[in-house]
Design a protein around this ligand. Sequence first.
Ligand SMILES: NC(=O)c1ccc[n+]([C@@H]2O[C@H](COP(=O)([O-])OP(=O)(O)OC[C@H]3O[C@@H](n4cnc5c(N)ncnc54)[C@H](O)[C@@H]3O)[C@@H](O)[C@H]2O)c1
Length: 270
Amino acid sequence: MKELEGKVALVVGAGCIADGIGNGRATAITFAREGATVICADIDAESAENTARMIRDEGLLATSVHLDITDQNSVARVVQGVMDEHGRIDVLDNNVGIASVGGVTSLDPDEWDRVFRVNVTGVFNTMRHVIPHMADAGGGSIVNISSVASIRWSGVPYASYYASKAALNHLTRTTAAEFASSHVRVNAVLPGLMRTPMVTNVPGLADAYSSDDVEEMMRTRDRQVPMGHMGEAWDVANAALFLASDRAKYVTGLELVVDGGITLGIGKVG
Ligand SMILES: NC(=O)c1ccc[n+]([C@@H]2O[C@H](COP(=O)([O-])OP(=O)(O)OC[C@H]3O[C@@H](n4cnc5c(N)ncnc54)[C@H](O)[C@@H]3O)[C@@H](O)[C@H]2O)c1
């Protein structure tokens, strides 16, 4: 028996910022391999469709849809569309997240707002529209992709990322508490330093690490991890799979750290 057999999963941010496998794409593929029908939603419709096609090429079930997580109407439309087509949403994976380099005194206030709109308000939007359907159906599982940046300084000055991911953690906990009696489980995954296309696509990140030298940034990130190397998107996907599945049926409000030991505080920073 597969872990998500017969379930309908909406993965928001199921595309990838560049060619390759990011956390959202890996999660959508993993859910499908475990038997779910996956709806791949993304503001980049072409990228979402690429993920869905990769899944269908394996003979598995997936469709794609355009969704802007910051837009209430867009989220409402997609959720209603999934309900009309499938009659249920068992799993919601909120993978969308953006980072903008800049500390408190250097970050443009508009950037601060943009990051919060995507990383926090976006998740509020999707949960707001999906939870009533889950509650009506007797339960469901929501997985919010946060970051270890929500609980510690990572060496990069990105104030809005730290603060928005911390807000996401608490939104996760309090929503878990509010809907526990409806059996809507709400958990977070906190990835550490992952080797995904996102890392090389955050403007200014390589500069913040190592004078814009991407290879040196990657070596530095590997050195920062007690296990000696960054994780991969599949590590995030497997954590999300556990939380999405019935194996985690008594787990809610958890922050599941997936970081090769970074938050143990024994890695070398820099
Ligand atoms: N890669 C890492 O090292 C790392 C570490 C910790 C946490 N994370 C978290 O993982 C998540 C992303 O991982 P990924 O590898 O899939 O990144 P990614 O950037 O490849 O994928 C994110 C997807 O979100 C989409 N998106 C952006 N804005 C959107 C919007 N307004 N509406 C809908 N979709 C939108 C993008 O088009 C993209 O396809 C984020 O939440 C990030 O904070 C990543």
